[in-house]
Design a protein around this ligand. Sequence first.
Ligand code: FAD
Length: 342
Amino acid sequence: MDIKENISLKDYSTMRLGGQARWLAEAYEENDIPVLIEWAKHQNVPFMVIGSGSNIVWRDEGFSGLVIVNKILGKQILNEDEDSATIHIASGEIWDEVVGWTVEKSLSGIEFLSLIPGTTGAAPVQNIGAYGAELSNNLIEVGVYDDETNAFGSIIASQCGFGYRTSRFKKADKGRFIITSITIKLSKKSPIPPFYESLKNYLSEHKISELNSKVIRDAVMNIRSSKLPDPAEIANNGSFFTNPFIDQDQFDSLKQKYPEVKGWPTKDGRIKLAAAWLVEEAGFKGVHDDETGMSTWPTQALVLVNEHAKTTADLLSFKQKIVDKVQELFGLTLEQEPELLP
Ligand SMILES: Cc1cc2nc3c(=O)[nH]c(=O)nc-3n(C[C@H](O)[C@H](O)[C@H](O)COP(=O)(O)OP(=O)(O)OC[C@H]3O[C@@H](n4cnc5c(N)ncnc54)[C@H](O)[C@@H]3O)c2cc1C
């Protein structure tokens, strides 16, 4: 197996910052995973598995262990009936290509998650979500290699600890499971409203009333392309902060001070706020920060862009300016979405 030495991690994060990996190798099939882990253990160095690096910020110090880049490919329909199809996808498949493939087959369920960068294996890690949908809505099970038992296995969706942008793979069992595949169930019926506000507005503005998964995918792709920078061209990690959740009392007092603040009630009685609004209100929409070489995207303040930053320290210093200002104005602490590694 080709294990490279001293590789710049800038090429393994869409933010294009960070130090070097001491070792780096690509895994092309499931069985490469235990072989590479064994190699790292033999060298007495840590390992980690990544996909496309679209949700990773690497520290300037780099990583003294082995980075395993997931390239395991394959997808197939396991079974189908009149109403639905169950699909097995290897974890190295590019997520948006998978969405496109299911939409071509007139299947519905994940079209709302169109154009989210990255690999299929990373999707359960933060339970990717957009336009009111989450991967967990369609997920049946996750195929894994368990580093604790040194065995392949599977975990059913209800055991994955899914929540808003989280799962057991990100929290309690971080680093234990290498996701090798996912199994999802998709519908053969058309998507049914109500839809997320911006999607609903797009459909009505474009006078689209006949709904199917292709129409939704096209709408989501158009909305996203008009608002978000393409990480292949502009260095960014998408939304840099997650939406905060607060209790009703907190929301009421915030509303008194800022009548225009928007909040969405959640099932657990809390209120979800738009982190983008907080960042904008703190004066950070479309800001270019000469000191750090960082900026925020003009049409989506949550997206931090690396214009000419030299180090991850620059990025973190810019991030801190935003966090501090939001804290000062609203008394809320923004949480970073992309993971700072190692
Ligand atoms: C422009 C842009 C827009 C985005 N929009 C959204 C959005 O709308 N919704 C959303 O939820 N996210 C969004 N993201 C974030 C990102 O695309 C997702 O989190 C995506 O799933 C990351 O995939 P990746 O392959 O790049 O993972 P990476 O960034 O490589 O890894 C992310 C984490 O997952 C772990 N990991 C990766 N692969 C595996 C595996 N096989 N087994 C175990 N652990 C693994 C890594 O160790 C790391 O902890 C966006 C990012 C960008 C740049």
